[in-house]
Design a protein around this ligand. Structure first.
Ligand code: ARG
Length: 605
C-alpha cells in the first residue's frame, strides 16, 4: 500500500511505512524501521531507536546511521520535526497535514479505521446457564465477556456464531423431577400411562412457572444432599429420562421451555445475543455411537470399569489425568457431552468453524485441556483451533468469592438490581443538581430506562476492565461512580460530546475540514487513531480489557482537549468547524468502543 493513502492502514502502520522508506533509501534493513510514542515530551512526539541495534550489527557509529535516516525522513515528508539526539535516537513530530488527513479519513470511515482481518468462521460458546437454575455471578461473567468477544471479532471482519450451550441434561433434571413428583403428584407424566403425558403436558398445563422452579430446585438439591435414598431416586429418574421415558421427556421439555424463556429475558436485559440456543441434550444421541467408535479404535480404553482416553503428552509440565468418558455404570459425564458437542459442531453442523472459543470459568481449564486433547486424538476437530478463554472469580469487597448477604451464591438478577439501584441514586443526585441549574428533570420512565442503562454499563465495564483471568471485586458503590475508571464515566463523556455537538447543530455550526494545531488537538487525534490497533490487539488476545482501558483514556484525553480548546467559542469559524469534526470523531470512536464492550450510550444523562 502507498504511504500516501491512509486507507487500509493504521496511523502506526503509516508511520512505519515512512520509516521503512527512509531506511530502504539508506540501504539499511527495515527490521528496525519502527517508531513509538516518545515516553517523555522533551523527546518529541515519536521516537525511532532503530539506529542503535543496527549500529551493533553493521559496525557503524549509531549517530551516523541516525543522521542518514533523518536526512531521508526530511526528504520524504510526513514529519514537521526530525532531529537526531543522544546516542543515535531520531526524535520526530508528525506533520500536522498528515495527522489531519488521517483523522479525516478515520472520520469518513464507517468502521472508524478498523482494518479487517482475513475472515474466519468463529464459534463462541458462552453463557452456559443450567435449566431450572437461576443465572449466577459466574454466568454473568461468561455472558458479558462472551458477548464482548463476539462483537470484537465481528468488528475485525470475522463471521461469528454464538451458542449458549445450556446445561439441560443430567442429574439435576432427575433431582428436580423427584421433587416435582412430590409437590405435583397429579401431573400426567406421573400417571400409569405416561405416553399420554407427551401429548397433554406443555408449559400451560404444567400449572407452575419459573418462580416455582426456582423454589423447587434448591429443595431438590438439599434433599438429595441429605438423603441417599432421594439421591438414588434422582439417579433412577435421570436414567429413565435419558432412556426416553415419554412422560419425563414431556415434563423436561416443558421445564426447559419455561426456564429458557426467563433466561432469554435476562439475555435481552444484558443486550447479549445468541445465534444458537443449543444445549447438552442436543448431542446425547451422538454419545453411544461416539463411545463405541472410540472403543473400537482403541482410543477409549477400559480402566477400573470406566471408559477413559489417555491425554497425557510427552512434554507435559504437569501430570495430565486421563479423560473420563463413562463411569462403570455407563453414565456419561460433562466431558463426554463436551466431546460430543465438538463432534456435532465440526462434523454435523453447517457452521464449519475454524475456531471454537469457550468462555468458561478458569477453574475448568483442566477439563477443557483434556477435552481438546481427546478431540485431537480422535480427529474430531481437524484444522479447528480450540480455545478456552477462561475467567477468574468475582469477589466481594472482603476479597472472598461473592456471596449474597445470606451467604448464598449471588444471582444475576440481584447483582444487576443492586447496580441499577445505585445508579438510580447517583442519577437522582445528578438530576437534582441539574434541576437547581435550571435544566428540566427527566420523566420517571426515562429515568428508569436510564438507571438500567447506566447500572448495566457499570457492571459490564467493571467486569471487562481487568484482564479476564484475574478475578475482580464486585463493588456496586464504586462501579456506578461517575469518577474514575468506570462505565458511567465513559458513557457520560460520550453524552457530553453529544450535547456539545447538539448545541452546535442548534446554532447552525457544522463540522468542517480537520486541522490539527494545538497540542491537545494533536493528542486527541493521536488517541483516536490508536483505536484500530487496540481492537486488533484485543481480538488477538481475546482481551476486552484493552478496549476498556482505551475508551477510558480516550474519554480523559477528550476532557483535556475540551479544557484547552474551546469548541463553540473557538477563535475562528474554521477552528470551530475543525474542532467540531474532531469532537465528532472522538464521540464516534468512544461510542464504537463502548459498543464493543456491549455498552450502549444513553441520549442524555
Ligand atoms: N453449564 C456449565 C456451568 O454452569 C457451563 C457450560 C460451559 N460450556 C461448555 N461447553 N462446557 O458451569
Amino acid at each position: 500500500k502507498q504511504a500516501a493513502s491512509p486507507v487500509g492502514l493504521t496511523l502506526a502502520g503509516e508511520i512505519n511505512q515512512l520509516l521503512e522508506n527512509a531506511f530502504r533509501a539508506c540501504g539499511l534493513p527495515t527490521s528496525h524501521a519502527r517508531a513509538a510514542r516518545a515516553s517523555r515530551p522533551e523527546w518529541g512526539e515519536l521516537q525511532c531507536n532503530g539506529a542503535l541495534p543496527l549500529a551493533k550489527s553493521l559496525g557503524r557509529p549509531p549517530r551516523e546511521i541516525a543522521a542518514a535516516v533523518a536526512e531521508q525522513l526530511r526528504a520524504g515528508g510526513g514529519f514537521d520535526v526530525v532531529e537526531v539526539a543522544g546516542a543515535g535516537f531520531v526524535n520526530l513530530k508528525l506533520s500536522a497535514a498528515l495527522l489531519a488527513r488521517h483523522a479525516q479519513a478515520q472520520l469518513d470511515d464507517p468502521a472508524c479505521g478498523i482494518v479487517q482481518e482475513t475472515r474466519q468462521r468463529i464459534m463462541l460458546d458462552y453463557g452456559g446457564p443450567n435449566v431450572a437454575k437461576p443465572l449466577h455471578v459466574g454466568h454473568l461473567r461468561s455472558l458479558v465477556i462472551g458477548e464482548s468477544l463476539r462483537r470484537i471479532l465481528r468488528a475485525q471482519g470475522h463471521d461469528t456464531v454464538s451458542d449458549v450451550h445450556l446445561g439441560d441434561w443430567g442429574l439435576q433434571m432427575g433431582m428436580l423431577i423427584a421433587q416435582i413428583r412430590r409437590d405435583f403428584p397429579s401431573l400426567s407424566c406421573f400417571a400409569p400411562q405416561p405416553e399420554l403425558a407427551a401429548a397433554s403436558l406443555d408449559e400451560a398445563s404444567l400449572g407452575f412457572g419459573m418462580q416455582d422452579l426456582q423454589r423447587l430446585y434448591p429443595l431438590a438439591a438439599a434433599a438429595c444432599k441429605d438423603d441417599p435414598a432421594r439421591m438414588a431416586e434422582a439417579r433412577e429418574l435421570t436414567a429413565a429420562l435419558q432412556a426416553g421415558h415419554s412422560g419425563y421427556i414431556a415434563l423436561w421439555r416443558a421445564i426447559r421451555a419455561i426456564s429458557l424463556q426467563v433466561q432469554q429475558q435476562d439475555f435481552a436485559a444484558l443486550d447479549v445475543h445468541f445465534d444458537l440456543l443449543l444445549g447438552e441434550s442436543d448431542v446425547q444421541a451422538l454419545i453411544p455411537p461416539m463411545l463405541s467408535e472410540l472403543r473400537e479404535r482403541g482410543i477409549g480404553i477400559e480402566s477400573e470399569g470406566a471408559l477413559v482416553v489417555q491425554v497425557a503428552e510427552e512434554n507435559d509440565a504437569h501430570p495430565m489425568p486421563p479423560l473420563l468418558l463413562a463411569k462403570s455404570d455407563g453414565a456419561a459425564l460433562y466431558a463426554t457431552t463436551d466431546l460430543a458437542t465438538i463432534l456435532s459442531r465440526v462434523r454435523d453442523s453447517d457452521v464449519a468453524p475454524a475456531r471454537i472459543i469457550y468462555v468458561v470459568d478458569q477453574r475448568q481449564a483442566l477439563h477443557f485441556e483434556q477435552v481438546f486433547r481427546a478431540a485431537r486424538r480422535a480427529g474430531y476437530a481437524p484444522g479447528v483451533e480450540l480455545v478456552h478463554a477462561g475467567f477468574g472469580t468475582v469477589n466481594g469487597v472482603d476479597g472472598k468469592p461473592y456471596k449474597t448477604r445470606q451467604g448464598g451464591v449471588a444471582q444475576l438478577a440481584d447483582l444487576l438490581n443492586g447496580a441499577i439501584d445505585k445508579a438510580r441514586e447517583r442519577l437522582g443526585a445528578l438530576a437534582a443538581d441539574a434541576a437547581e441549574q435550571g435544566a428540566g428533570v427527566d420523566q420517571a420512565v426515562q429515568a428508569e430506562t436510564l438507571a438500567r442503562l447506566v447500572g448495566i454499563a457499570a457492571v459490564k465495564f467493571a467486569d471487562l476492565s481487568s484482564y479476564r483471568i484475574s478475578g475482580y471485586i464486585f463493588d456496586p458503590e464504586r462501579m456506578v461512580s461517575f469518577e474514575g475508571k468506570t462505565g458511567p464515566y465513559v458513557q457520560y463523556a460520550c453524552v457530553r460530546i453529544g450535547s456539545i455537538l447538539a448545541r452546535a447543530a442548534a446554532q447552525q455550526l457544522q463540522p468542517g475540514p480537520i486541522e490539527v494545531a494545538a497540542e491537545a488537538e494533536r493528542a486527541l487525534v493521536f488517541e483516536c487513531a490508536r483505536f484500530p490497533e487496540v481492537v486488533a490487539s484485543a481480538a488477538t488476545n481475546l482481551a476486552p480489557n484493552e478496549i476498556a482501558d482505551y475508551v477510558f483514556n480516550l474519554a480523559q484525553t477528550f476532557s483535556r482537549f475540551y479544557l484547552d480548546c474551546p469548541v463553540l467559542a473557538a477563535e475562528s469559524a474554521e477552528r470551530c468547524a475543525s474542532r467540531l469534526a474532531i469532537s465528532t470523531l472522538a464521540r464516534r470512536v468512544l461510542e464504537r468502543g463502548l459498543y464493543l464492550l456491549g455498552i450502549a450510550v444513553p441520549e442524555k444523562m
